[in-house]
Design a protein around this ligand. Structure first.
Ligand code: ATP
Ligand code: MG
Length: 547
C-alpha cells in the first residue's frame, strides 16, 4: 500500500512491499472488512430495470462462503480452474470470492466471446467448472461435448438442463468457510491476454497479483481511498483492466464499487451513471474516453462528482488528455501495464507527475526501464523495449501450458513487454507502439500513436488507426483508417485536408499517404483496435471504401 507523500521522490523512497506469507485475495478484498465492519457498503449493482441492489462486505462474505461450500461439495478442489463467463454483476463477484476461498483458479471470460473463443480458452485452461448465465449456457451447449475436463456448470439464471442453479447452491451451502491457506505465489487466477497480436495466452497469476496492483491504482487514483470515494469502470471484469485495475483493488481499499452491465459502451449512459451515483473514481480505457468526447459540454448537462479518472490499455494521447482537462475539468492519470505485469507505470497529477503524451513514471515497487536487445538499460532518448525487472509481485507466474513462451518473455531478469518506448530526461516513459505496430518507412521507425493522435485533432475524425502498408519503394507507407465524425461525408477534398493536417503538424514522413474511411474499426472485446487486421487488410486490399 502507498502512504501519501509530498513528492514522487518521497513516494518512491518511502515504499516497500509488505505482503504476508499467508495471502488470499478473498481475505483482503472482502473477509477482512466483513470481520471489522460487516455493514460497510461494498457493491451497488444497477439493474437493467433501473433499480439498485446493495451488498455489504458482510453479506458478500457470507454468500461467497456458502457458494464455496457448495462448490466444494460438488467436487471443485484447490488448483482447479473455474471459468467465470459472466458480466458485471453481484454473482460474478461472489464467484470470484468463492473460487479464491477454495484455493481454486478463476478464469474470467468475457460475455462477448463467441463459441470459438470460448472453446479455445476452456479447452486450453482445462476448466473443471463454468459459472455462467443463460446467454453463456446457450454457447456452452454447442461445445460442451468437446470439453473433456468440464464436469460442472452453474447457471446464474436458474437451473437448466445439465446446469445447477447458482441461487440454490448459495442457499444450501453452509455460511462459514475457512479460506484456503494460500501464499502469495499460489495460483489465484488466469487471465487470457486480449489477443491483439495473435492467439491469446493464459497468464497465470498468484494471489500476490492483487497486492502488486495496489500502489499503481492508488497512484493513478491519487491516494485512494479518500473519504467519499466510490469506484466505477465500464471495463468488463473479465479483463485485467476491470478486475485488477478497478473491482478488486477498490474493494481491498474499502471503496465501494458500482456495477452495471453495458451491452455496448454508450457514452451518454456512462455520463448518466457517473451522475446518478456521484462516482468519484473511474477507470475508463482510452477508447471509451475517446467515445465520450463525442458528448458535447458534458459538465453543463451532467452533475459530475469525479475526483480521479485512470486510463490504460492503449495510448491515451494528447488530444484526449486535453479534452478531459477542458471538458471534464480533471487530469486523466494514464497508467500502463499488460495482463502479464500490470500497473507498473503511472501518472499522478496530484504530485505533478503528469505529462500530455507520456504514460507516466515507474510506480513505487516496480523497476521499469527501456532496454536494448541485449538487455542493457538504454539512455534517455533512446528507443527500445519497455521492460520490468523480476522479481515483482505483480508479475505473472507463467503462461499456462506454454513454457517456451514464458522463457521467451525474458531477457535475463528483464521481462519484456513487446512494447517500444522512450524515457525522457525527466524520467517519463513514452509509449511508441507495440513491436508489431511500428511502421518502417523510408528508413524511419514510426509509432502509430502520434499520428493517430494528430488525426484525432481534426474535427472530421472520430476515431483513427494507423498501420504500415507494404511498399516497394519505402518498405512501408503510412495508411490511416478513419471513422468520420457523425454527419461528415468523406470525399477526396477531406482526404487531402486531413493529409495536410498531419503533414504540417507532425512531419512530411509521417503523414498518411493512404486514407480509408470506414464505419468502424476492428476491436478486441476489451475495446482495443486490432491493427493486425488492418495491416492484413492494407496489404491485401479489402476493407477500404475510399482511396
Ligand atoms: P496480446 O498480448 O494477446 O496481443 P494485449 O497485449 O492487447 O493482447 P493486454 O495484456 O490486455 O493484451 O494489453 C496490454 C498491452 O496494452 C500493452 O502491452 C500495451 O501494448 C497496451 N497498453 C497498455 N497500457 C497502455 C498505455 N498506457 N499506453 C499505450 N499502450 C498501452
Ligand atoms: Mg500483450
Amino acid at each position: 500500500m502507498l502512504e501519501r507523500a509530498e513528492s514522487y521522490e518521497a513516494l518512491v523512497s518511502g515504499f516497500r512491499w509488505r505482503i504476508p506469507a499467508r495471502y488470499n485475495i478473498a481475505d483482503v478484498a472482502c473477509s477482512a472488512f466483513a470481520a471489522r465492519a460487516p455493514e460497510r457498503e461494498a457493491l451497488l449493482h444497477l439493474r437493467e430495470d433501473g433499480s439498485v441492489e446493495r451488498w455489504t462486505y458482510g453479506r458478500l462474505d457470507e454468500a461467497s462462503s456458502r457458494l464455496a461450500n457448495a462448490l466444494k461439495a460438488q467436487g471443485v478442489t484447490r488448483g482447479e480452474r473455474v471459468a467465470l463467463l459472466l458480466p458485471q454483476s453481484p454473482q460474478t463477484l461472489l464467484s470470484h470470492l468463492a473460487v479464491y476461498k477454495l484455493g481454486a483458479v478463476a478464469v474470467p471470460l468475457a460475455n462477448l466471446f463467441g463459441v470459438d473463443a470460448l472453446r479455445y480458452r476452456l479447452a486450453d485452461s482445462g476448466a473443471a467448472a463454468v459459472i455462467t448465465d443463460a446467454a453463456g449456457l446457450a454457447k456452452l451447449s454447442e461445445i460442451r461435448d468437446e470439453l473433456g475436463t468440464l464436469r460442472l456448470i452453474v447457471s446464474t439464471d436458474g437451473a437448466a438442463p445439465g446446469a445447477l442453479c447458482f441461487d440454490t447452491l448459495v442457499s444450501q451451502g453452509a455460511a462459514s468457510f475457512e479460506a484456503a491457506a494460500t501464499g502469495p505465489d499460489d495460483p489465484a487466477m488466469m487471465i487470457y491476454t486480449s489477443g491483439t497480436t495473435g492467439q491469446p495466452k493464459g497468464a497465470l497469476h498468484g494471489h500476490r497479483v492483487l497486492a502488486g496492483h495496489l500502489p499503481g491504482i492508488q497512484m493513478a487514483h491519487e491516494f485512494l481511498p479518500r473519504p467519499g470515494d466510490l469506484f466505477w469502470t465500464p471495463a468488463d471484469w473479465a479483463w485485467a483492466g476491470g478486475l485488477l485495475n478497478a473491482l478488486l483493488p477498490a474493494l481491498t481499499l474499502g471503496v465501494p464499487v458500482v456495477s452495471y452491465r453495458f451491452e455496448k459502451f454508450d457514452p451518454e449512459r456512462a455520463f448518466a451513471l457517473l451522475e446518478r451515483f456521484a462516482v468519484r473514481n473511474a477507470f475508463i480505457p482510452p477508447t471509451a474516453l475517446k467515445m465520450m468526447r463525442a458528448v458535447t459540454n458534458p459538465r453543463a448537462r451532467f452533475d459530475l462528482a469525479l475526483r480521479t479518472v485512470g486510463s490504460a490499455g492503449e495510448a491515451l494521447g494528447r488530444e484526449t488528455y486535453d479534452w478531459a482537462r477542458e471538458d471534464l475539468g480533471l487530469t486523466v492519470n494514464e497508467f500502463y501495464g499488460q495482463t502479464e505485469c500490470n500497473a507498473i507505470l503511472a501518472s499522478c497529477a496530484a504530485l505533478g507527475v503528469s505529462r500530455a503524451g507520456a504514460i507516466g513514471k515507474p510506480v513505487p515497487g516496480h523497476e521499469v526501464a527501456v532496454i536494448g536487445e541485449d538487455g542493457s538499460v538504454l539512455a534517455p532518448g533512446e528507443q527500445g523495449q519497455i521492460a520490468v525487472r523480476r522479481p515483482d509481485p505483480v508479475m505473472f507466474l507463467r503462461y499456462w501450458g506454454q513454457d517456451e513462451a514464458t522463457l521467451g518473455k525474458f531477457i535475463g531478469d528483464w521481462m519484456t513487454t513487446g512494447d517500444q518506448g522512450v524515457v525522457d530526461e525527466d524520467g517519463y516513459v513514452h509509449f511508441v507502439g507495440r513491436d508489431d505496430d511500428i511502421i518502417t518507412s523510408a528508413g524511419y521507425r514510426i509509432g502509430p500513436g502520434e499520428i493517430e493522435d494528430c488525426l484525432l485533432s481534426h474535427p472530421a475524425v472520430a476515431l483513427a488507426a494507423v498501420v504500415g502498408k507494404p511498399d516497394p519503394l519505402r518498405t512501408e507507407i503510412v495508411k490511416a483508417f478513419i471513422v468520420p465524425t457523425t454527419g461528415v461525408a468523406p470525399d477526396a477534398a477531406l482526404e487531402e485536408e486531413i493529409r495536410d493536417h498531419v503533414r504540417t503538424r507532425l512531419s512530411a514522413h509521417e503523414y498518411p499517404r493512404e486514407i480509408a474511411f470506414v464505419e468502424e474499426l476492428p476491436m478486441t472485446t476489451t475495446g482495443k483496435v486490432i491493427r493486425r487486421l488492418l495491416r492484413e487488410d492494407a496489404a491485401h486490399g479489402g476493407l477500404e471504401t475510399e482511396e
